[in-house]
Design a protein around this ligand. Structure first.
Ligand SMILES: Cc1cc2nc3c(=O)[nH]c(=O)nc-3n(C[C@H](O)[C@H](O)[C@H](O)COP(=O)(O)OP(=O)(O)OC[C@H]3O[C@@H](n4cnc5c(N)ncnc54)[C@H](O)[C@@H]3O)c2cc1C
Length: 266
């Protein structure tokens, strides 16, 4: 179940509106996806009843530093004032936020249906007719309203024959989650042309559970299948670790993709 559909389901349920959530999967998201939750997003999550959980679990940060090679060229403090309920940012794996929203939805009585795939949809004058596929076979469902929260590639948008205009940013990034014990500040660090990743950029974020995420710019022509092989990644990380003062040696444990902890898998 994605964060958009879950957040909307919780919001509607809080207003006393009966909601059914259909998801074709049987788990919260897997792998490193969204990790940085802004103050505004946290305020919305707080209104939905999960803000405190996000604060308690997440890594709070507000300072970012930008480097060119070895030299710091810029830094910022996103929330120099005190007295705000929510911090500038919290870093928290997307699957934790989905888990908190799932638990909240269950507590509010939302009808969550895992492994229920929307396979057909017809708009009628006063309702919507849906066809649903499940491991136990298909069934039909009617709803007053249907809201598609089925992700960027939205099959529902496809079923409705709708297009999606937008622009493609032609770049590729390698996202690696590294589990390591490190005394590294809770700051966002960005490098142009670092010595550990020649000619490209790199971004480092601290996450809960001793997980560090590094995003390495690869260039549009790179081959994702080749680049995600551990023997291609680990030397870069180790070089970066040595150069930047974060430990990436003996305890280095690379997750591609990283799974949500067992306790939050439904
Ligand atoms: C590798 C990666 C890295 C990312 N990194 C970042 C980041 O650093 N920062 C950031 O802000 N964002 C990041 N994102 C994007 C972020 O994960 C998405 O924006 C977010 O998940 C969108 O949420 P959503 O609820 O709209 O859709 P999704 O999370 O995609 O959820 C859609 C849900 O709909 C379900 N579904 C699909 N089709 C059907 C169907 N026919 N019937 C029933 N259910 C269906 C899916 O199983 C899924 O559970 C990343 C994404 C990826 C893939």
């Amino acid at each position: 179940m994605g964060p958009v559909g879950l957040a909307l389901a919780v919001d509607l349920a809080q207003q006393g509106i009966a909601v059914t959530v259909l998801d074709d999967n049987n788990t919260v998201s897997v792998g490193s996806r969204a990790i940085c939750w802004s103050k505004r997003s946290l305020e919305i999550l707080d209104r939905l009843g999960v803000g405190e959980q996000c604060l308690a679990k997440g890594v709070i940060w507000k300072v970012g530093r930008t480097y060119h090679r070895e030299n710091e060229v810029f830094n910022f403090d996103l929330l120099p004032e005190s007295g705000h309920k929510m911090p500038a940012f919290v870093n928290l794996q997307q699957y934790y936020v989905e888990d908190f929203l799932t638990q909240r939805a269950i507590a509010l009585g939302v009808n969550l249906r895992w492994m229920n795939k929307v396979t057909g949809l017809t708009q009628m004058p006063d309702h919507v007719a849906l066809q649903i596929g499940t491991p136990d076979g298909p069934y039909d469902l009617t709803a007053d309203w249907v809201i598609a929260g089925d992700g960027a590639r939205s099959p529902v948008r496809g079923l409705l024959g709708l297009d999606f205009d937008g622009e493609l940013f032609e770049e590729r990034f390698l996202i690696a989650d590294i589990k390591m014990q490190a005394d590294f500040p809770s700051e966002r660090r960005f490098w142009f042309e670092p010595d550990f990743h020649n000619g490209q950029s790199a971004l480092l974020h601290k996450q809960p559970d001793d997980i560090y995420r590094i995003d390495l710019q690869l260039g549009w022509d790179s081959d994702p299948e080749v680049e995600k092989r551990p023997e291609r990644i680990i030397p870069r990380i180790e070089k970066g670790g040595g150069a930047k003062g974060f430990h990436a040696g003996l305890d280095l444990d690379l997750y591609l993709p990283m799974s949500p902890p067992a306790e939050i898998r439904p």
